[in-house]
Design a protein around this ligand. Structure first.
Ligand code: 5AD
Ligand code: SF4
Length: 497
């Protein structure tokens, strides 16, 4: 009998990729992946520790499973990813029904851990409870000088397989693992370990493999991706710029190449030049600024000033005037004053980000900030600053989106926009609440597609779902809320795309 596996993923794109890779491994071991948690023999949560809120969701999932595990002791529950690494075996104390813990740096061991737990739990002759653990712990197993080629975790990426039926239109390929920056608020250097750079040939081969399997867009992943520099045995170095050129040249059939996340300080002119020269590299950068005040940036250990960040944005726009830039910000960092917060607001207005992800500071156990600074900005002040910054960013987005109306832009069709499809068939003015809602849901839907521009802007337009994965031109006709609306620039060409 094939055992059924349910895997739920929280957090960043790196976790999404990790989940895809471990799912591939477990499927190869004979597990069948299912969407219904209650039908699964093995339930795994791939977790995030970046903010407390992300962890709380997993605590509540584990709480929900307590009763079922008592009734079905043969089932296996696993916690993998950053929470497993950060909290370690404390998780067993709080949730004794968890069987498997595996940190993000040890995921190559997961199939063995799950297998052992399944065997132990299935053995009814003993009440022995499985406890399968693989964590990096304090003794980090990989040093920053160790090349990925010698790293067993590399085997996980190398073993990537695509099964028929998998949707690989948009896929991720990792180029670095871990982070060496040690921003004072962040758990990532502790949970994912020191930065390791993958050999360029392995990356190129993986991008080619995904393209041959049907990927139309590959997003390269790394915590500080532009810091990539691979030192070969013979002393040569492949820089991030070299890597971009090499992938672009080696896989010409790939329509779109993009990358996240960049660190403001490590961006060389050569990398900007590579983006400008390579036509299939998207004109999009995600470069978190985190704050607009130098004192706070220093407390965060970010290693740059607000002016240096502004200079970087200017440099990027000198190379590519149409580049679109997204950022992350933390509000309510310890000791942040109203005036300092206003400098973050000013930065958003000045840099005109495409969008910003805004977070309220969340003290994380194990980080420098939690030991060094009291979390002294009250929750209501954090909330107010969060809302204010969000409103300013939305205004910038709105203004920038309006400038795009009337332009023809290339989009990659991601799929159907469900919400907009329904509204288009049945205008919002007629949508009513209560029992009427059922009527709306059963209304025939007109298909609205959602696509993304090279600058990462979301665009909705009428079209057939068969266009999913196509890269085509649309004419931007309207900008409503945060969304752009368009019509196909050349419906005939689109029909044959
Ligand atoms: N509190 C709030 N936000 C955080 N981030 C990382 N750590 C914390 C924290 N302790 C945010 C940063 C980062 C994004 C992924 O999450 O803005 O860029
Ligand atoms: Fe965390 Fe800073 Fe590394 Fe980003 S650069 S993962 S915020 S430590």
């Amino acid at each position: 009998m094939r055992r059924k596996l349910f895997l739920e993923t929280f957090g960043c794109q790196m976790n999404v990729l990790d989940s895809e890779l471990v799912l591939g491994q477990l499927r190869a071991q004979g597990y069948e992946s299912v969407d219904d948690r209650d039908a699964a023999d093995v339930v795994i949560f791939n977790t995030c520790s970046v903010r407390e809120h992300a962890e709380q969701k997993v605590w509540s999932r584990l709480g929900e499973l307590r009763q079922r595990k008592a009734a079905e002791p043969g089932m296996v529950i696993g916690v993998i990813g950053c929470m497993a690494e950060r909290d370690g075996t404390n998780i067993f104390q709080r949730f004794p029904h968890v069987d498997v813990l595996c940190g993000p740096g040890e995921l190559d061991k997961l199939p063995t851990l799950v297998h052992n737990a399944v065997i132990t739990n299935a053995d009814r002759s003993t009440t022995k409870k499985s406890r399968e653990v693989a964590l990096m712990g304090a003794a980090v197993r990989r040093s920053s000088t160790l090349a990925a080629a010698e790293d067993t975790l590399e085997l996980l990426d190398l073993s990537r397989s695509v099964s028929p039926g998998d949707d690989v239109t948009q896929s991720y390929v990792r180029i670095t693992r871990g982070c060496n920056k040690f921003c004072t608020y962040c758990v990532v250097p502790y949970t994912r370990g020191p930065e390791v750079h993958r050999p360029p040939q392995n990356i190129i081969d993986e991008v080619r493999k995904m393209t041959e399997a049907g990927s139309k867009e590959v997003t390269l992943l790394g915590q500080t991706i532009n810091h990539y520099a691979y030192r070969h045995g013979d002393g040569r170095t492949t820089t991030f710029a070299d890597l971009l050129y090499q992938i672009h040249e080696a896989v010409p059939e790939l329509p779109r190449l993009r990358f996240v996340t960049s660190f403001p300080r490590d961006f060389t002119d050569a990398a900007l030049q590579a983006m400008r020269d390579c036509e299939r590299i998207c004109r999009f950068l995600h470069v978190p600024a985190q704050h607009g005040n130098d004192r706070v940036l220093k407390l965060m250990n970010r290693g740059y000033s607000a002016q240096q960040y502004i200079d970087f944005v200017g440099r990027a726009r000198d190379y590519m005037p149409d580049i679109s830039i997204a950022s992350d910000f933390i509000v309510g960092f310890p000791t942040e004053t109203d005036e300092e917060f206003q400098q973050t607001v000013d930065l958003v207005k000045l840099c005109r980000f495409k969008n910003s992800f805004i977070f309220k500071y969340s003290p994380r156990p194990g980080t420098v900030a939690i030991d060094r600074f009291a979390d002294d900005v009250p929750e209501d002040v954090k909330r107010r600053r969060n809302n204010e910054l969000l409103a300013v960013q939305q205004q910038v987005t709105l203004e920038e989106n309006r400038k795009l109306v009337g332009r023809t832009l290339e989009v990659m069709v991601e799929g159907e926009s469900k919400l907009v499809s329904r509204q288009a068939a049945y205008p919002a003015s007629k949508v009513e609440l209560g029992w009427e809602k059922r009527r709306v849901e059963s209304m025939p839907m007109k298909t609205q597609l959602v696509g993304r521009t090279r600058g990462d802007q979301v665009v909705c337009f009428d079209g057939d779902l068969s266009l999913k994965g196509a890269v085509l031109d649309v004419e931007i006709t309207d900008s409503r809320g945060m969304t752009l609306f368009a019509s196909l620039a050349d419906p005939v060409a689109a029909a044959t795309a």
